[in-house]
Design a protein around this ligand. Structure first.
Ligand SMILES: O=C(O)[C@@H](CO)OP(=O)(O)O
Ligand SMILES: [Mn+2]
Ligand SMILES: [Mn+2]
Length: 596
């Protein structure tokens, strides 16, 4: 236990409260200056002539409950079962939640952002949620440049806060929203409009009404207490409104822009609670897919359209699902949809969502820095890389993987292939999603002889798991297993190596459970679990190109996703570190001769 935790790379604070690497600041600078990202050959694991395949099964964890709600066990998974049963020293589980992946507490479930950051960058980095917590606690949020940029507009016009309304802790947190509102009031802001998306994905479905009621109550208290004018102004479900990602469906963002900025939506109400209650009547639609709505005054006009001179802050700390709305708010030359009106505003994200694109230009809290992502060394060693997923997760194996860097690090050595995702459907309607296409493209890359490192992500255990539909999730996992089979056969055929893991749990737990583990029921019906979980995930290595003497060590029982990085670098025949042997979390493997 001590080992993984003792090796945390980041231990001192910079001026923003970020943790910086203890012994490495100077060396990091020297390394960056000389732009040398080179790793020596591993002393006892020779490089294989054939590629290494790395598979991420998105949202597929290991649950201790073995009943009908475990979609992973209910699915037909001969390939995954065989990996577990036949090579015990080459199969294990890894921690994929909480502090092991840089989240504030061990009560925080894992998610794709932190999971892929850890897999690709080998370090336990304080993640966005934690950085925002710290900046709110210290008051830095209101001291740094981002706030200064919007402050005068927020004070003289209206401050709009836009984001996901829940305490899921994956994209945003309710307590942070309230602290932001309170802080803004303290800093002289009188008029605030809240544009809030219902969740049902990181928290239980059918809680949207309760969340808006809670916010409405808190807002009314603040208005009374401070004589200010804070109102909920618009909303909709996160999968239908605003929170698209990786340009899967710009229509989602357009609906959000029209509702929040223009004050135009198919549904208008004078009261936000009535809005969500009506649109959620009989729970005929999931919280995730509630249609866009706006609050209007007695005169029928929206109470919170964004006007010239206003300030806007997106309060999601996680990047992927707010990059697009940020572009729509910030880019003068924006062509993804007709904005009709683009008000002259001051805009800041709670974080910067894309460091390469510098998007948004202004942000309240600096994002976590993830230096020395593994890909820098992989291309530094002139290895050729292929990464593939479908639109819904392509950024997970590229942007998140590369420490939140967008685009290619070296276009001559890397190829990223995106399979277009289905649009406009709930993914339980097509549970295979694009798994077959991802497998086919990945297999082609493996067989092509053009790559040394081939990685892919299968989104469907996760994306279908989020619908809460048990039958469909079982199908998703079954399909994924068959795709894994196809890929492992290709590895077998060419004599390569593989590493298979997952980024966090989801599909293995499809029901809400009480403390004793019994399924929770309401009106005699089990309550679906649509969120990620706290469960560990599997990790397996193998392939004919992997020497027999390479196996998992047994002295890292508490290892987590960040330990995978050094592991796959070793499988590529590289030592996992250059000048600082313990910058990355330790490799999971040992050669038997090492006796480690
Ligand atoms: O869909 C998403 O945005 C999150 C859940 O909120 O899932 P993942 O972390 O797997 O991308
Ligand atoms: Mn995921
Ligand atoms: Mn997910």
């Amino acid at each position: 236990m001590a080992e993984t935790q003792g090796r945390r790379a980041h231990i001192t604070d910079d001026q923003f409260g970020h943790k910086l690497p203890e012994h490495s600041e100077e060396a990091l600078r020297a390394e960056a200056a000389s732009a040398v990202f080179h790793l020596p050959q591993h002393p006892s694991i020779a490089r294989c002539d054939e590629p290494l395949l790395l598979i991420v099964l998105d949202g597929l964890g290991e649950s201790k409950y073995h009943d009908q709600y475990n979609a992973v066990e209910q699915a037909d998974t001969p390939t995954l079962d065989a990996l577990k049963a036949t090579a015990p020293r080459r199969w294990r589980t890894l921690k994929a939640h909480g502090t092991a992946v840089g989240l504030p507490t061990d009560a925080d479930m894992g998610n794709s952002e932190v999971g892929h950051n850890a897999l690709g960058a080998g370090q336990i980095v304080d993640q966005g949620a934690k950085c925002v917590d710290r900046a709110l606690a210290s008051g830095n949020v209101f001291k740094l440049d981002g706030w200064k940029h919007i402050e005068s507009h927020a004070q003289s016009g209206t401050l709009h806060l836009l984001g996901l309304l829940s305490d899921g802790g994956v994209h945003s947190r309710y307590d942070q929203l309230i602290l932001l509102v309170e802080g803004a009031i303290k800093h002289g802001v009188r008029r605030i409009r809240l544009h809030v998306l219902s969740d049902g994905r990181d928290v239980n479905d059918n809680t949207a009404v309760a969340w808006v009621e809670r916010l409405q109550g808190d807002v009314q208290d603040l208005n009374k207490q401070h004589s200010v004018d804070v109102r909920i102004a618009s909303g909709g479900g996160r999968m239908a409104v605003t929170m698209d990602r990786y340009e899967s469906d710009w229509g989602v963002v357009q609906r959000g822009y029209y509702a929040a900025v223009l004050g135009e939506a198919p549904h208008s109400f004078t009261d936000p609670v009535a809005a969500v209650r009506e649109l959620k009547k009989d729970n005929s639609v999931s919280d995730q897919y509630v249609e866009p709505w706006v609050v209007v005054g007695e005169d029928g006009k929206p109470v919170g359209a964004v006007e010239d001179g206003d300030a806007v802050v997106t309060f999601n700390f996680r990047a992927d699902r707010v990059v697009e709305i940020s572009q729509a708010l910030e880019y003068p030359d924006f062509k993804k949809f007709d904005r009709k009106r683009w008000p002259d505003i001051r805009f800041a994200g709670i974080m910067q969502y894309d460091g390469e694109l510098q998007l948004p230009k202004h942000f309240l809290v600096p994002p976590p820095l993830i230096e020395r992502a593994s890909e820098q060394y992989v291309v530094g060693n002139k290895l050729r890389v292929f990464a593939c997923s479908e639109s819904q997760k392509i950024g997970h194996v590229t942007f998140f993987w590369n420490g939140n860097r967008s685009g290619y690090l070296d276009p001559k050595l890397e190829k990223f292939q995106e399979i277009p995702s289905d649009q406009g459907i709930s993914f339980d309607q097509a549970p295979a999603m694009k798994a077959h296409e991802i497998a086919a493209a990945t297999k082609e890359a493996l067989l092509s002889g053009q790559y040394d490192f081939v990685r892919c992500n299968f989104p469907n255990p996760d994306m279908v798991g989020h619908t809460g539909n048990l039958e469909a999730t079982i199908k998703a996992v079954t399909v994924t297993d068959s795709c894994v089979k196809e890929l492992l056969e290709a590895v077998e055929q060419i004599g390569g190596r593989f590493l298979l893991t997952a980024d966090h749990g989801n599909a293995e737990e499809m029901v809400k459970r009480d403390k004793s583990g019994a399924p929770v029921e309401i009106d005699g019906k089990p309550v679906q679990l649509t969120s990620h979980t706290l469960n560990p995930v599997p990790c397996a290595i193998g392939g004919p190109g992997l020497p027999q003497h390479v196996q998992f060590r047994d002295d890292l029982p508490d290892a987590g996703l960040a330990n995978v990085t050094a592991t796959f670098l070793n499988l590529l025949g590289l030592q996992a570190s250059s000048w600082a042997p313990d910058f990355y979390e330790p490799s999971l493997i040992a050669t038997v001769e090492d006796g480690k």
